[in-house]
Design a protein around this ligand. Sequence first.
Ligand SMILES: C[S@@+](CC[C@H](N)C(=O)[O-])C[C@H]1O[C@@H](n2cnc3c(N)ncnc32)[C@H](O)[C@@H]1O
Length: 266
Amino acid sequence: MILDKNWRILTVGDGDLSFSYSLAKHFAPAHLTASVYDSESELKHKYQDNAFNKLHDLGITVVTQFDVTDALCWQKVPPHAFDAVIFQFPLIPAFDSFESFQNQTLSVNSLNRKLLREFLINAAAYALDPNGAQLGIITSKDVKPYIEWNLEGSLINGLEQYYLGQSRFEISQFPEYQIRNVDRDKHVKDTSGISYYWSVNPAHAIKEKLKVPDYLGDDYCTVCRAGPFINDRDKLAHLDSKKHKNMQRHESAWLNYLSTQAKLER
Ligand SMILES: C[S@@+](CC[C@H](N)C(=O)[O-])C[C@H]1O[C@@H](n2cnc3c(N)ncnc32)[C@H](O)[C@@H]1O
């Protein structure tokens, strides 16, 4: 993960706060504000081993009940005061009942994409300093279902933001960080991931240090990360595959959601 010690960083959705604690203690950026979705009591109940008090002892502000999709929550942090806003291993919370799951009109795939899109929109609108580094960063796993969100593609369709590239996330860079399962006091064993970077600046200097994966090139199926195809037959076989049709269903549902939203906003 590429970070700069000169950055003023805001972390969001940081479950047990161990990522923020690791950053504060072992990386020490110019400034750090940490935030979590839960209230202090929910966090302490959910994760017995949490870094809430330890961050407090280091003098780091922790903002609780910070929902990245809610514009009002972004008023809890200083406006336009950050260089980078980081969301580690995002995932929508579990539904609180079978009924709320059934009442949901969007698929779980689209809901996760919506969470991340709204995170990037709100980070740029409220937290990022227009005179700063202006980066939205998401670290996610390189396996299903996370790779089914087309993060590098249609996530930001129609926004004035640009996907800059990615870097490998190495847990060894972050001592004492425990990557959490959503809403559970368990940490995950497979810690490999990819950190994805976005900015309103398409010519951002950080691009030099980031990698743009081959699967975004021609002769690949970007949504499936498949290819390179050696000929048309190879490509057609992929387009006809179960994997592609499944991915296409996710992608169509998402594009459908975006076009419905665009009509509502007109
Ligand atoms: C898989 S956990 C990862 C937790 C932590 N970031 C880590 O790396 O261990 C997903 C996290 O996303 C958070 N989250 C989900 N929806 C959110 C929202 N709307 N706003 C803020 N955080 C959210 C959850 O509270 C949960 O802590």
